[in-house]
Design a protein around this ligand. Structure first.
Ligand SMILES: C[S@@+](CC[C@H](N)C(=O)[O-])C[C@H]1O[C@@H](n2cnc3c(N)ncnc32)[C@H](O)[C@@H]1O
Length: 366
């Protein structure tokens, strides 16, 4: 009933109604918000709209009431339970075989568990901030469901940006790599993907830069790393041999200083406290060779700010993306420049996703 009430509230606001029926993921909520609803905001009313200052959208009374309601455990569980059912139905209608895919993943659980165990580095201490119940999974990124569903959500949530094409997520990442490729000089040999998750961003790097000889993926979730490792079984050995996954914090990788030609960070910042994103930028700078490039793709903040004017959307976001307001306070270009990077390109990977490419100066101390 409460869910219907919230639904009605959104309808009443006259904006982003479609979002309420189809877009609260677990991990895809962010994407949804930045896809379907964002496009509404940008095309119908966003053009002349005054974008609220960062953070102000979360001070409205409507937001506070909704935030309070959504924070009540039973309301939260019922709401996301209902949504989950709807989303699976929607995915299946779009041709995404959600149930079969998940059945297949669960049937592979023993192997995945063994892989996760192998990849676990007992010396890695999971930072406190990482335990946040992100994406409506109680255990956030530290559970099988979130790892197994990652690729499905990516497809489902990016598709609306590409006329519901199920390869929309691939097209978006291709555009990210194109923007990056336009300013990366030379032929990179060594790359690292920070927050590689199940490998969606990472496994595209070698196709864009065939010169790459070794690509490392680092993530704090051994659940996600296990899924990424499992994908190697479906690759040619010439591809899979280039990739090495390891357990660790992106802000403290332990990778040798000035050793990488290319460092990427895709869709990690919106899940991170501001200070963590900035620490990751610093780490990227440290591990890059002088002249090497860092490429960042994440949600387009301006687009997100317009979207979050809707108190319902903002309240849902807060439940699923605990660090959203921190992300809004992050200024990638400024932070990167302060660290010493030269920002070489800023572009759009999709209408809801922004790319920043930055170079470690050639004359930087190695
Ligand atoms: C939304 S996923 C994106 C994964 C992948 N880059 C992609 O494009 O699909 C974000 C990933 O960042 C990881 N992550 C978040 N904070 C991290 C940190 N401080 N260190 C390492 N990984 C982190 C999460 O575990 C998760 O796998």
């Amino acid at each position: 009933m409460l869910f219907s009430l919230c639904f009605a509230l959104v309808a009443g606001s006259g904006e982003a109604f479609s979002l309420s029926g189809s877009s609260m993921r677990a991990s895809g909520l962010t994407m949804v918000a930045s896809t379907e609803a964002a496009s509404v905001a940008l095309t119908s009313s966003g053009a002349n709209k005054v974008v609220p200052q960062e953070g102000t959208m979360m001070s409205s009374p409507a937001f506070k009431i909704l935030d309070f309601l959504f924070g009540i455990p039973i309301v939260h569980d019922v709401m996301f339970g209902v949504y989950r059912k709807q989303i699976v139905e929607k995915a299946e209608k779009m041709g995404l075989a959600w149930t079969d895919f998940m059945d297949d993943q669960w049937s592979n659980l023993d192997e995945l568990r063994a892989t996760a165990e192998e990849l676990t580095d007992p010396a890695v201490e999971i930072p406190k901030y990482y335990y946040a119940p992100i994406h409506a999974y109680k255990d956030g990124n530290l559970c099988w469901e979130s790892a197994m569903e990652e690729d499905l959500w990516s497809k489902l949530m990016i598709a609306p940006l590409y006329d519901n094409a199920l390869d929309g997520d691939v097209q978006m990442r291709q555009q990210w790599l194109k923007i990056t490729g336009d300013v990366v000089e030379g032929e990179p040999k060594k790359a690292t993907d920070l927050g590689c998750g199940t490998g969606l961003s990472m496994y595209m790097l070698d196709s864009k830069w065939p010169s790459l000889e070794s690509i490392q993926g680092v993530d704090l979730s051994t659940y996600k790393l296990a899924i990424a490792e499992d994908k190697k079984t479906m690759m040619s050995s010439s591809k899979s041999n280039k990739y090495n996954l390891f357990h660790g914090a992106a802000e403290d990788t332990g990778i040798e200083s000035s050793s990488q030609d290319l460092v990427s960070m895709c869709l990690v910042a919106h899940e991170s406290p501001k200070w963590v994103s900035e620490s990751i930028f610093n780490e990227a700078y440290r591990i890059l060779k002088p002249g090497g490039s860092f490429t960042l793709m994440d949600l387009d903040k301006e687009n997100l700010e317009v979207l979050l004017e809707n108190p319902f959307v903002a309240a849902i976001y807060k439940q699923t993306e605990p660090y959203m307001s921190e992300f809004l306070a992050l200024s990638p270009s400024e932070s990167l420049s302060e660290i010493g990077f030269e920002v070489t390109s800023v572009g759009q990977a999709s209408r809801s996703h922004r790319v920043y490419v930055a170079r470690k100066p050639v004359d930087a101390a190695a």
